[in-house]
Ligand binder design. Structure first.
Ligand code: TRP
Length: 330
């Protein structure tokens, strides 16, 4: 039996970057799990989120929104374990134990720590520094072998393996070494065409966005910068709108874009209009489920409670063993 674990920050509504980069793959892994003898465990990491300065009301609102969107996208609480990190206190408990075998120097080398410190110089807290220790705890609490993540998390995963090795060297082998499963999605850029799509940069399209907003936002999206006038041919490889077409449009349409763009046969607006149609069609069932869940918030709450109950059962068993190995008197 293999366990897949992944976590996502409660950043509120999902946007296309989260969807293509993470959640779509989670749903695919979940759908494989019967054949693969796999258990999928997905966690909304609210304890990680508090290292950034969110208002309390905002944190809980975003947590519920994230859960709603994950369910709307097809995470099925009957098959996967979906829960909120802080509902399972063993995460922070194990993180403390792991912090005793984590070298400070390794944490100081994490590029995300440096990036986040640059972004919030007024709030460089210890939690931001030890963030990867909690992340390692998230994973090994469920003895997960497979961790679907994007490129930006590889360094954290490498450190998680190092922490596991140090735990083993000191207290004996009990965990598998977790492996990252890289999602094959290319980086999804924001509408500005410069930076990764991200809520804090305000360059996103969220899954719940009304049709007109999707059309309006796409119309402003950056394309190949060399294509200044309608008659200039463009290079689809340098165009984020083309990247999105490859996910939401069929092969004929993708071919139409490629030909039309490179020969200036179609204009960018026409290309974006076709993308908007296909994107809206793709999102329609997700949005319908989202509306259902928003009308019945108790469904979301129940799913999270049940997920936490199941997660906690697994987490408790691991912590019992950890306590015994470490020699904590019981
Ligand atoms: N750090 C991850 C991110 O920012 C989220 C995360 C927390 C995570 N715990 C995890 C991802 C465990 C994978 C496994 O995307």
């Amino acid at each position: 039996m293999q366990t897949v674990f992944s976590g996502i920050q409660p950043s509120g509504e999902l946007h296309l970057g989260n969807y293509l980069g993470a959640v779509r793959n989670w749903v695919a892994l979940q759908d494989l799990q019967e054949q693969d003898r796999t258990q999928c465990v997905f966690c909304i990491v609210d304890y990680h989120a508090i290292t950034q300065g969110l208002e309390p009301g905002e944190l809980s609102r975003r947590t519920v929104e994230m859960a709603t969107d994950l369910l709307a996208c097809g995470i099925d609480p009957a098959r996967s374990i979906l829960f909120v990190q802080s509902h399972v206190p063993e995460h922070t408990e194990l993180a403390w134990v792991l912090s005793a075998v984590t070298p400070m120097g390794d944490l100081g080398r994490m590029t995300q720590f440096k990036d986040k410190s640059d972004k919030q110089p007024e709030n460089i807290n210890v939690g931001l520094f030890s963030y990867p220790v909690l992340q390692a705890a998230d994973i090994i609490l469920y003895r997960a072998q497979v961790v679907p993540v994007g490129q930006d998390q590889l360094q954290h995963l490498e450190l998680a393996r190092e922490i596991v090795r140090r735990f083993h060297a000191r207290w004996g082998e009990i965990f598998p070494e977790p492996q990252a499963r890289l999602t094959s999605t290319p980086k999804i850029l924001g509408l500005d065409g410069n930076a990764k799509m991200s809520k804090s940069l305000g360059n996103t399209i969220t899954l719940g966005e009304p049709d007109e907003v999707i059309r309006r936002k796409l119309a402003t999206a950056a394309t190949d910068p060399a294509r200044v006038r309608r008659k200039d041919p463009g290079n689809p490889e340098l165009c984020n709108v083309n990247t999105l077409h490859t996910f939401f449009s069929d092969v004929d349409r993708v071919q139409w874009v490629r030909e039309g763009c490179t020969t200036a046969g179609i204009g960018c607006l026409e290309c974006k209009g076709a993308l908007a149609d296909n994107l809206i069609a793709h999102l329609a069932p997700i949005r319908a489920r989202k509306a259902e869940l928003e009308a019945r918030p108790a469904l979301v709450e129940e799913a999270l409670r049940e997920g936490a109950r199941r997660a906690r059962e697994l987490a408790r068993a691991t912590m019992l063993e950890v306590r015994a190995r470490v020699g904590l008197w019981s």
